[in-house]
Design a protein around this ligand. Sequence first.
Ligand SMILES: Nc1ncnc2c1ncn2[C@@H]1O[C@H](COP(=O)(O)OP(=O)(O)OP(=O)(O)O)[C@@H](O)[C@H]1O
Length: 293
Amino acid sequence: MSVLARTIDVTRRYGGVLALDRVSLEIRAGELVGLLGPNGAGKSTLINLFVGLRRPTSGTVELLGGSPSDPLVRRGIGVTPQETGLPEALRVGEVVGFVTSHYPKARPKGELLERFGLADLDRRQIGGLSGGQKRRLAVALAFAGEPRLVFLDEPTTGLDVEARRTLWDGIRAFHEDGGTVLLTSHYLEEIEALAQRVIVVAQGRVLADDTVRAVRDMVGVQRVSLTAAALPELPGVLSSERDGERTHLMTADADHLVVALVSSGTPFTGLEIRPTSLEEAFLHLTAPEPVTA
Ligand SMILES: Nc1ncnc2c1ncn2[C@@H]1O[C@H](COP(=O)(O)OP(=O)(O)OP(=O)(O)O)[C@@H](O)[C@H]1O
């Protein structure tokens, strides 16, 4: 499978901030890859490097066999940044026409709008669109020039469930036609709905690059909280934390842990099990050594 984009040992600093730390990865033709990470992980920085908006402090970025700083190379990609602004006075169809005029080959306007659930809005002024419609249009524009590779930075932020599904369908349709996509998200659920491969980044480093299922197992940590005077050694405890009378145990297998707790005969009260947030799960992925109880 041919590689459409690649970073080799890329580091990016903003003054004293290390946004990316020796990142090497490849995006291959036909893949739909999710880039997952908490706020400030370096996701937007990575996209900005791929699309030529920023340059690496060190290391190499390759795009479609060339350099992201080459405008001819960039013609082969589509991008929706995290924040976009569209001219309020223009009509939807005019904006699509303006964008497609920059490309040698363009997707027909009607088809593009249809694909992103905007078919009836061709003549509507941008200023008259809802927030969700504007976001869908901004994402649709990334696909206007029949790109080979599309970068979407948090495409569904601010969308309700229905609008998000419409947008997912548009992205899927492009992928099913053979297109390649890299998209960022804070939500594993979103990446799970679209991608098979997920790259987890935190603090500028790639923590995992695997199937969604493997990453879900990795970050599927639960928090078991209880009050007990003392606890025996329990299986599968990734870390434990004492908070007054309460003890919080992090584990990937809460059922197993609770069965072992009950079998041990240790008296306890106030058992509580809850899923952890992605941020909490990332803390475990980034922790150098698991802490034992
Ligand atoms: N122009 C800049 N000047 C200084 N620091 C920056 C700049 N852009 C990004 N950073 C810093 O680099 C780090 C990575 O930021 P980046 O925006 O790439 O993260 P992100 O994963 O996209 O976050 P989010 O999910 O919040 O969008 C953060 O610490 C951020 O504050």
